[in-house]
Ligand binder design. Structure first.
Ligand code: FES
Ligand code: CO
Length: 339
């Protein structure tokens, strides 16, 4: 109905006012990188100083993707007829014109906000004259230099970003979907937990049974425990960011920084960055392979879910007490105009 599409349009507008990741830092170099964010084609490139810039991936001349072009002298050059644009989107040269004062003022592309942090490049689809809402979540462990940091993924799924985030918040599925890796099938009960919503951040914490470390993936610090228990402190930052801190009662800790890129309505790309203050010598490939297995176990479940987008109308599903996080996520997304 038009009422529903009006609500969708408002949610989309609210989402464009937020920062979203578009790539790991290492994916962006001088060669322009084409991606899609909230259905918009976006090109990201680095200037000579290494600073990343983002703009609409569409040359105003004939609509060619600028990501097919190249970068020179801090400008991006279209592959088709060589029009050049500065980082703020202004066309600075049209090679076919002998007189450069003839460049029409309309010759420009939309430039977007772009920043680099936590080893990710972030974009807000707003014009440079407006300011994005909210800053990024704070994760000091990833920036202090005392923890090792491993980037895993990215994980491209054919579903809405809200489904990928919801899957990451959900610990009730561990014994079923990840038996022996994240959960113990003998102990499937969901421990009691309360969700505290503060503005656009949900906080919750659980002490839950965990499967002993597998020989294949010795990634958790639970070797001394017979029936290991893990304390997990979650922060879910609307719309699509999770900061999860794990501990086992000692000084060893792990932090998961997970954020999903809303590529388009039924497509997302998850970035999962993991910090830890132990296992310094373990090669990054162990965690990367571990997460590749975990995420592929989740992917087939999440891609099968209908509707593709988390229904923000609570009456559309059956929620039980242990679904408190899912319920709070739906409420908060709706209350913040994001769902
Ligand atoms: Fe880009 Fe012609 S389409 S210069
Ligand atoms: Co899972």
């Amino acid at each position: 109905t038009s009422l529903e599409s009006g609500a969708d349009a408002r949610a989309l507008t609210a989402l464009t006012r937020r920062w979203h990741p578009v790539a790991y830092s290492g994916e962006i170099n001088q060669q322009p990188f084409g991606t899609t964010l909230l259905g918009e084609p976006v090109v990201v490139w680095r200037d000579e100083t290494g600073r990343p810039h983002a703009m609409r991936d569409l040359c105003i001349h004939r609509g060619t993707a600028l990501s097919l072009g190249r970068v020179a002298s801090n400008e991006i050059i279209c592959a088709y007829h060589g029009w050049r644009y500065t980082a703020d989107g202004k066309c600075s040269r049209i090679p076919q014109l002998t007189d450069s004062s003839q460049i029409p003022p309309k010759a420009r592309v939309d430039a977007y906000h772009c920043q680099e942090r936590y080893g990710l490049v972030w974009v807000a689809l707003l014009s440079l004259s407006e300011q994005p809402e909210r800053s990024l979540a704070q994760v000091p462990e990833l920036e202090a230099g005392e923890w090792t940091v491993v980037k895993t993924g990215p994980f491209s799924w054919q579903t809405n970003a809200s489904r990928q985030v919801e899957n990451f918040t959900d610990f009730g599925h561990f014994p079923w979907v990840h038996p022996g890796l994240l959960g113990d099938p003998e102990r499937p009960e969901v421990p009691p937990h309360n969700v505290r919503t503060e503005g656009d951040v949900l906080h919750y914490e659980v002490l839950r049974p965990e499967a002993p470390n597998s020989k294949e993936f010795p990634v958790f610090s639970n070797a001394e425990q017979k029936q290991p228990q893990r304390r997990s402190r979650y922060e879910l930052h609307l719309p699509y960011t999770i900061v999860l801190r794990l501990g086992w009662g000692g000084r060893e800790g792990m932090v998961y920084f997970f954020v999903s890129q809303p590529v388009k309505e039924h497509q997302c790309r998850g970035y999962c960055i993991i910090g830890r203050n132990y296992n310094f010598e373990q090669p990054a490939s162990v965690l990367q392979e571990f997460e590749r297995v975990i995420f592929s176990q989740d992917q087939r479940i999440a891609e099968s879910q209908r509707p593709d987008k988390v229904p923000f109308d609570l009456a559309a599903e059956l929620h039980l007490k242990f679904d408190a996080v899912a319920v709070a996520y739906r409420r908060a997304m709706k209350a913040n105009g994001l769902g």
